[in-house]
Design a binder for this molecule. Structure first.
Ligand code: HEM
Length: 200
């Protein structure tokens, strides 16, 4: 699905292995392995590293935020309650101030329903403009901004803020294949589904 969504959004494509074993149950607490949008760089590096993904995978795969939306509740701490003081001055200091004002006009403090475009203006198109927004400190998440705090990831963002789309596409395809090979089930674990959306 991810491959096809990216391709339909005018992004790259990559081969996906068939006959993959899938789980028979889902555990909500396994989502703890996903980094939160509040993560700083150390936390992002660590959570990617335990899955065998490196710094380049981190910055390249974060580029997926060129498509899609986020709920206001995923960013409300940046707008209203960054350090727990819960007042109008308690904002993420690394969020560009005009963009902060714009996000505030869309998201009220307790809004759990409204969504924002993560790559405003081209959120249905897979392109490099996400990197341009990150470079200007106009990204949705603190975790996106955090990629500016390391020399390697920062350099990648600044380069791709100005194009080099085909390089990003190639990198993205490679990192997606790598991520697709994380924690693959083998032997008698799970099952190969007859229909991909349901257990056999
Ligand atoms: C680097 C760490 C990452 C963090 C902290 C993160 C965080 C988030 C959050 C909080 C949302 C919005 C959820 C919501 O409010 O509805 C989101 C959406 C999204 N993320 Fe990430 N993400 C990360 C990495 C990735 C990766 C590796 C990919 C894929 C390669 C990805 C693809 C997406 C997409 C496509 C959406 C939009 C979903 C939609 O439109 O419903 N993200 N991410």
């Amino acid at each position: 699905m991810a491959r096809d969504a990216v391709w339909l959004s005018k992004g790259p494509t990559w081969p996906v292995s068939l006959g993959r074993r899938d789980g028979r149950v889902s555990y909500a607490n396994e989502t703890n392995q996903l980094p939160p949008p509040q993560a700083d760089l150390t936390q992002l590096i660590q959570m990617f590293a335990v899955k065998g993904l490196d710094l380049k995978d981190l910055v390249v795969l974060s580029g997926a935020h060129t498509i899609g939306t986020a709920h206001c509740s995923s960013i409300s701490d940046r707008l209203y309650n960054f350090t727990g003081l819960d007042n109008l001055s308690d904002v993420d200091p690394f969020l560009e101030k005009h963009y902060l004002a714009k996000l505030r006009s869309t998201c009220s403090p307790t809004d759990t329903k409204t969504i924002i475009e993560m790559d405003p203006g081209s959120f249905r198109t897979f392109d490099t403009s996400y990197f341009n927004y990150v470079a200007k400190r106009r990204s949705a998440f603190h975790s996106d901004w955090a990629l500016l705090t390391d020399n390697f990831t920062r350099a990648y963002i600044l380069k791709h803020a100005n194009g080099f789309e085909s390089e990003f596409f190639q990198d993205f395809a490679e990192s997606m294949i790598k991520m697709g090979n994380v924690d693959v089930l083998t032997g008698s674990q799970g099952e190969i589904r007859k229909k991909c959306s349901i257990v056999n």
